[in-house]
Ligand binder design. Structure first.
Ligand SMILES: [Mg+2]
Length: 107
């Protein structure tokens, strides 16, 4: 059973899944980023339509939750592939961002 509160475990499991499926055999980092971007677009569409409607997968989550989950899983797959310590990077960037004027922030 995957501990979905533990991002490292989710990243490992997601990467294991996509590797077993052969996704990474013919997918470049650029294509992966395009896939991530497409999920952000799907989230945008969910907001345009109705983010609170149930998704069409029969898994009792909203369209908004579905697309955010897709973004989370795809990002963590790449994080694991690249060996990135996401928590540490996010902590450092968060602390840096706090020093900036949020109205002018371009992360
Ligand atoms: Mg999606």
């Amino acid at each position: 059973m995957i501990d979905f509160e533990n991002w490292r475990e989710v990243a490992r499991a997601q990467h294991e899944h996509t590797t077993q499926d052969g996704y990474w055999n013919d997918t470049s980092i650029g294509e992966h980023l395009a896939h991530l971007h497409s999920e952000v677009s799907e989230l945008f569409e969910a907001y345009r339509n109705n983010p609170d409607r149930l998704c069409d997968k029969g898994i009792n989550i909203t369209a908004e939750e579905e697309e955010m989950a897709d973004i989370y899983l795809i990002l963590l797959d790449l994080v694991h592939k690249r060996g990135i310590n996401l928590a540490e990077a996010a902590r450092k960037k968060f602390e840096f961002n706090k020093t900036r004027d949020i109205r002018k922030m371009n992360p």
